[in-house]
Design a binder for this molecule. Sequence first.
Ligand code: 4AD
Ligand code: MG
Length: 429
Amino acid sequence: MVVSISDLKNHVGEKVELRGWVYNSRSSGKIKFLLLRDGSGICQCIFFKGACDETSFEKFGELTQESSVKVIGTVKEEPRSPGGFEIGAQSFEVYQIAQEYPISPKEHGVDFLMSHRHLWLRSKKQTAALRVRAEIVSAVRDFFDGRGFTLMDAPIFTPSACEGTSTLFETQYFDETAYLSQSGQLYMEAAAAALGKVYCFGPTFRAEKSKTRRHLIEFWMVEPEMAFYDLADNMELAEQFVEYVVQRAIKNRPDEMAALERNTDALAKVKAPFPRLHYKEAADMIKKENPDFVIGDDFGGADETIVSSKYEKPVFVHRYPSNIKAFYMKEDPDEKGSSLSCDLLATEGYGEIIGGGQREDNLEIIEVKIKEHDLSMDDFKWYTDLRKYGSFPHSGFGLGIERTVAWVCGLQHVRETIPFPRLYGRSYP
Ligand code: 4AD
Ligand code: MG
């Protein structure tokens, strides 16, 4: 019977067939050891001279790393073996003897690994991180689907900018110019007027010429948008959401966390409510430790760490100056010059994982803002319609999946949080 390694616990004592790749192999006299990897796990297969088929024993030496094989043998419980089970092998069959594998257990440079990303994916840490990513994606969907939200997919080709014109990817759309979406938010605002509570979840694109450990050119963002939510409601939802996602990842993926050597004690503390800081409080905190910081400016990565390092939980910074935020942010009616915006800064120096806020819902003001930001009124006609036909207070936010995965996995760089990262200066493989 063909079984997967993760399912061996249900087949103790049975004769099974495993299919996978050679992770490692070694011989010592009358015993040959094969570590087999099948995508679901790793398992030790032992070939004893006399107990296994003779040709298999003789041909064992031909097995190179990553050769694809079929192994037949009997399942045995063995606490010392990875995964807790072992195969008393009878025979193996080869699909292909692999050529010399470029990735060896020795250290490789990041550039080399990135050029071999298609193979690097097979490594233990990489598969662990990508399984955590899949768990996070599924937690994201469950959270919103379970709370009355409707999934509304936003388009990728868009006629206009959402997050500033400097990071737009321009492309031809037949005889017109289009841009790859920077955010689905504006479309979610229209969708919220139709369905109340909605979210989109898909790839977004930013032509950011920055090589940092937090920036991807193509990244995945989940963006809920809620009719009749104000900034306070928005932050409450965001903290419940982040708690849910983080707690589910550590609960359901303990083996992966161990493979990543991620200490999850700090993550266990990620429980709502999270602290909330006014921009001015955060700015004062930063100024004390970074005298070069100009109050009124946006925070750099190091500035964010100054703030977040004071807390064991993620921290909201709200009411950033209007002039450093996007055109759609509503101004606080009680505090001129401040926007009803909120960013969520993760713990342990991982920085901003959420950006969002309450949207400007007044027609005259949004028209002025569009002009001030040098955006074309024609492109935004549909958007201003939302302020003409039953305008409504509404709020939402966007959470970057890769930054969240990096934080939860304790990874140094977002490049390992997505199967095939698109980075500034790299689009291969
Ligand atoms: O703060 P941002 O730009 O907000 C928006 O796009 C809003 N329209 C979202 C909304 O309110 N619906 O991006 C939101 C999040 C950031 O906090 C970060 O986690 C992630 O998206 N992000 C990136 N992740 C990786 N690489 C990049 N270049 C990113 N830019 C933003
Ligand atoms: Mg932001």
